[in-house]
Design a protein around this ligand. Structure first.
Ligand code: NAP
Length: 260
């Protein structure tokens, strides 16, 4: 595959599909992958989330910096709608090279009090959606014998977290899904990895009380909470042209909060 040694940008324009791109980590990932002139940047980006408004706004922002983007709004827990959005991306944008399964929700509660509905909602949005998207995207990637699948996990999925049995199970499940895909599709030029963020400042963590944030910060080796850009940088690396030998891994990006 032709590749500029200066920027890691391929001669052909790669297309990346990013779920949960309307805000937080997904928005930062989309901006990072689209940014022209940087290693792992210059990708055309397909933006997915339920709310079309913020995606249209992000599309304009990407175009203003010289990038390319398109909006494919859908609910990722609706398997048919998600597969349809990926098919539409392939037909409108001509190809699909990078899939970032980032959309996620939490519905926290202790196991004894957790409802079936809260279990199912988190598993459907955070895990089943990744399976559905990988299956749909793999077909397009196999055609080009190139693909980068990045599933956004969590340290909760690596070490568990009291009050998050559903979320931790979904995120740990992503690891098994990812390793299996890495084994099945590695010979076709497709890699699959998990990027597992620690405690990142977004809407998802915004509501936590100040004393909890302070306690968490005390557990982080680098002494600060993560930013969305910290995660976007890791995703740009694993989805890059040069990362073809990196597969089946869970890359924990948590400032040294958990260390294996
Ligand atoms: P966030 O700010 O709450 O954003 C979540 C994104 O997912 C939004 O774009 C949301 O858009 C989208 N989304 C949620 N449900 C969806 C659905 N059913 N269909 C389509 N899109 C949906 O979350 P975040 O903090 O950026 O987290 C992003 C990912 O990182 C998640 O997978 C999360 O588990 C993971 N993570 C976050 C942290 C952290 O500290 N923040 C730590 C570890 C892992 P709409 O509402 O418009 O649909």
């Amino acid at each position: 595959m032709a590749d500029s040694t200066q920027t890691g940008t391929p001669a052909i324009q790669r297309v990346a599909f990013v779920t949960g791109a309307s805000r937080g980590i997904g928005r930062a990932i989309a901006l990072r992958l689209a940014r022209p002139g940087v290693v792992g940047g210059g990708r055309a980006v397909a933006l997915c989330a339920r709310s079309a408004g913020p995606l249209e706004e992000l599309k304009r922002e990407i175009e203003a910096m010289g990038g390319t983007a398109a909006v494919f709004a859908c609910d990722v827990s609706d398997a048919k709608a998600l597969a349809g959005a990926i098919d539409a991306c392939v037909s409108q944008m001509g190809r699909l090279d990078i899939l970032v399964n980032n959309a996620g929700i939490t519905k926290d509660g202790l196991v004894l009090r957790m409802s079936d509905e809260d279990w199912d909602a988190v598993l459907d949005t955070n895990l089943k959606s990744a399976f559905v998207a990988c299956r749909a995207a793999a077909r397009a990637m196999m055609k080009n014998r190139f693909g980068r699948i990045v599933n956004i996990g969590s340290t909760s999925g690596v070490v568990g977290n009291a009050g998050q049995a559903n979320y931790a199970a979904a995120k740990a499940g992503l690891s098994g899904l990812t390793k299996s895909i890495a084994r099945e599709l590695g010979g076709k030029g497709i890699t699959a990895n998990v990027v597992a963020p620690g405690f990142i400042q977004t809407d998802m963590t915004e509501h936590l009380p100040a004393d909890v944030k302070e306690k968490v910060t005390g557990m982080i080796a680098v002494g600060r909470l993560g930013t969305v850009e910290d995660i976007a940088e890791a995703v740009a690396y694993v989805s890059g042209e040069q990362s073809g030998f990196l597969t089946g891994q869970t890359i924990v990006v948590d400032g040294g909060m958990t260390m294996a």
